[in-house]
Write a protein that binds this ligand. Structure first.
Ligand code: CAA
Length: 382
């Protein structure tokens, strides 16, 4: 059978970060609640000029060659931070990247889950067209609001994955199982900038979906946890992932790999659709305990709820296709004060009666939102 999987991975984060100890101080909360109780350290903060389009385009631009852009015939963006009720963010990104025109570009939505579905759709597409490549992007800005329960679990960022035949990083196994259940644990009505969250219930749903889907996965595949060198999970905050993993009765090695798989998430916060793949990137770049042929189990969870379990196998030489300097790059982000965080992350764009925005702050990133003209979002590419 043709081998299909992740050939390249890119990560884009905004240039700003808030230390959760600062947030704890401002909210009169014991910092241990965030750093030990939630197991989080910091969260990435996006200015108004950085959205799911600019972050998604940046994550992809880091990895794509001209040859890739000529071969890509599908762009899938998974997000729950849509910038338009009609036009897909994937269309803007396709244009900004200069991907050949005879491609399909779509946006998928189901809370934090949809990029996992995108990966499966990409694999099935390539099974029928082995010469083509598919760009799958998970891009989100997790914003719960000032003084909200979810405030310490916010974040922003995008992960881009190039899916192809004979991939350089991970081969996807054909063992996906999924579950859908209609629950109201986390949702965002069209009229609201922030989600409604039944926090405790959402944490229970995350773990119950994992346990029941894993039982089904075992029945379907005959595999057990021992077959996997590591488990990567959706990480809304690291403690949630640990609780989920522990509900599967992991071995010591799985807990050790888990700690390697949350290094980036602890510094970035929740990036919804991208969180599972950020954790995967963290594991692959930060672990010295994996080798080619090792199998990794992945758990995607999107509130509402849909979840999926699937697995992948590490390809020989996978580390040569990753970024060994990621942590140094993360450390270069600008640390914000509480006042700046509150102003920057919660700034909104006001429009005049013709649908024009005032001039936005300068942003010298490779891709930035320049403004809104006549209700159209105008992106700048440097
Ligand atoms: N020192 C050490 N630990 C402390 C502490 C202290 N001083 N104070 C509290 N803690 C611990 C608590 O014991 C608790 O740990 P356990 O759950 O292991 O007992 C942890 O810190 C959190 O404390 P609380 O439960 O009291 O915190 P909270 O009520 O303020 O809210 C939350 C927690 C509900 C998860 C909230 O952060 C939230 O609503 N988050 C957003 C929703 C979310 O992320 N849900 C996850 C599942 S849904 C999903 O995965 C999709 C998605 O991305 C949203």
């Amino acid at each position: 059978m043709i081998k299909i999987g992740i050939d390249k991975m890119g990560l884009a984060l905004p240039n700003y970060v808030l230390d959760l100890k600062e947030l704890a101080k401002a909210r009169n909360t014991d910092p241990d609640k965030y750093t030990i109780g939630l197991m989080q350290k910091a969260m990435a903060i996006a200015p108004v000029t950085q959205d799911i389009v600019t972050l998604g385009a940046e994550a992809a631009a880091q990895i794509l060659t001209d040859e890739d852009k000529a071969a890509i015939d599908m762009v899938i963006v998974g997000t729950e931070t849509g910038i338009d009720q009609s036009k897909a963010a994937a269309v803007y990104i396709h244009g900004l990247l200069g991907i050949q025109p005879y491609a399909r570009a779509i946006e998928l939505k189901e809370a934090c889950y949809s990029a996992a579905a995108g990966l499966e759709f990409a694999r099935n597409h390539i099974a029928n067209r082995p010469e083509s490549k598919v760009l799958v992007i998970a891009s989100d800005i997790a914003k719960y609001g000032l003084h909200s329960g979810g405030e310490p679990t916010q974040g922003a960022g995008a992960v881009a994955m190039l899916v192809s035949a004979n991939p350089s990083i991970l081969e996807l196994n054909w063992d996906n199982v999924y579950q859908t259940r209609d629950v109201m644990d986390f949702w965002r009505p069209n009229y609201s900038p922030y989600p409604e969250v039944d926090g405790r219930f959402s944490t229970e749903q995350y773990t119950d979906c994992l346990q029941t889907t894993f039982e089904y996965y075992q029945q379907q595949t005959g595999k057990t946890l021992d077959d996997f060198a590591a488990v990567c999970l959706h990480i809304p905050f690291a403690k949630q992932g640990l609780k989920g993993l522990r509900s599967l009765k992991p071995s010591e090695k799985h807990e050790e790999r888990f700690l390697e798989a949350i290094v980036y998430n602890q510094e970035v916060g929740n990036i919804y659709t991208g969180s599972l793949f950020l954790s995967l990137l963290s594991l692959l770049e930060q672990s010295n305990n994996l080798s080619a042929g090792d199998e990794i189990l992945l758990y995607s969870y999107g509130s509402g709820a849909v979840c999926e379990l699937f697995s992948a196998r590490l390809v020989d030489g996978y580390r040569n296709h990753l970024n060994p300097n990621r942590l140094e790059e993360l450390a270069k982000r600008q640390t914000l004060s509480i006042t700046d965080y509150e102003a920057l992350f919660f700034e909104t764009i006001s429009l005049d009666e013709k649908g024009n925005s005032p001039e936005l702050h300068p942003d010298d990133s490779r891709f930035a939102l320049q403004g809104i003209e006549n209700h159209k979002r105008i992106y700048r590419k440097n």
